[in-house]
Design a protein around this ligand. Structure first.
Ligand SMILES: Nc1ncnc2c1ncn2[C@@H]1O[C@H](COP(=O)(O)OP(=O)(O)OP(=O)(O)O)[C@@H](O)[C@H]1O
Ligand SMILES: [Mg+2]
Length: 209
């Protein structure tokens, strides 16, 4: 089904898309302000990746750098252009998959179906990569999903944008660091370290994003 602003508002849309109707209606690339921090650069790079339709973009840095904002804008843009897309914290993705595992009778089928939903999106924005439990089960699922997204990026089929509160890519697990730092992404500027000021300290009172 094509996702439209209206269908999201009337609740027909899969809640896994992760945006409020207001965000879906209003988020656009030009909302990212220049001169606050480095979010404008992250926005430019992500927009370029979005236009190409594929890749793996990784943003890392401190708090309030506009990472989540850029991720949500990419997903809102994709949904408004009729693509299949979702924004989620990694913990939320895992919860979705885990529920299938815990509750359904046909466990494996449901697990595979849910993994496939996330893996098959045209645009997937994964926020808070760093804030997930490190059980073996979680680690395996994260690897499975991100490797699937990586492979689709290399095949030029889908875009994944990831954000984390890291100070260095060395904080990534080895397998993920290797994939994110693939030269096909790095050469395009897709690995972005954000070192600016915390936007939360300067957003105007009526800023809703
Ligand atoms: N350059 C910017 N232009 C417009 N809004 C910004 C900019 N930078 C930050 N903001 C705003 O500041 C707040 C914090 O930004 P955001 O949540 O995107 O940061 P973050 O990098 O995801 O931080 P955290 O790691 O703490 O989650 C949000 O309200 C966001 O809309
Ligand atoms: Mg954030």
């Amino acid at each position: 089904m094509l996702i439209t602003k209206q269908s999201l508002q009337v609740g027909e849309i899969d809640p896994r898309v992760g945006l409020t109707p207001n965000e879906l209606r209003n988020l656009s690339w030009d909302l990212v302000k220049k001169g606050v921090n480095q979010a404008d650069r992250a926005c430019e790079v992500t927009r370029r990746a979005y236009m190409s339709g594929h890749g793996m973009v990784f943003m890392y840095g401190g708090y309030g750098q506009g990472k989540s904002l850029v991720l949500k804008i990419a997903v809102a843009t994709a949904l408004n252009e009729g693509k299949r897309a979702a924004y989620a914290n990694l913990a939320g993705v895992l919860d979705d998959i885990r529920i299938a595992y815990d509750e359904r009778e046909n466990k494996m089928t449901e697990l595979v179906r849910r993994m496939e939903w996330w893996a098959s999106l045209d645009v997937l924005a994964i926020d808070e990569l760093d804030k997930v439990g490190q059980t073996e089960w979680a680690r395996e699922r994260i690897f499975q999903l991100l490797d699937a997204r990586y492979q689709r990026a290399v095949r030029q089929e889908a875009l994944t944008v990831i954000a984390a509160n890291y100070q260095s890519t060395d904080e990534l697990s080895g397998y993920l660091k290797s994939r994110i730092e693939d030269n096909r992404f790095v050469a395009n500027g897709y690995v972005i370290h954000l070192k600016g000021t915390d936007g939360r300290k300067s957003m105007p009172k009526n800023w809703k994003y």
